[in-house]
Design a protein around this ligand. Sequence first.
Ligand code: SF4
Ligand code: SF4
Length: 92
Amino acid sequence: MKLVKILGISALLVFSAFAAKKVYNHVIDQAICNQCGDCVKECPENAIKVTKLADGKVRHEIDPALCTQCGICIDKCKLEAIDAQEVKPKKK
Ligand code: SF4
Ligand code: SF4
């Protein structure tokens, strides 16, 4: 009986840990980014895309489909232009 109780509490703790896990989206603030490209070189997933604009400038953007939320780019960006924004679960 004691074992069943311990297993039940363990299962509850594991479930709670998963339920409490937060999800983040890494986003580049275009108002701060100077398009230096440092983050592109450091991203292990090649998730930061460089787009050439019509005016000849470039724009760095993180592809959420490739990003694993590792946070390396945040550490590498000298201008602190990259932010990890918490994704709130949608209300039903
Ligand atoms: S390292 Fe920072 S400033 Fe440089 S391109 Fe990436 S986000 Fe922009
Ligand atoms: S969080 Fe990691 S995987 Fe995502 S863009 Fe930054 S370095 Fe790449």
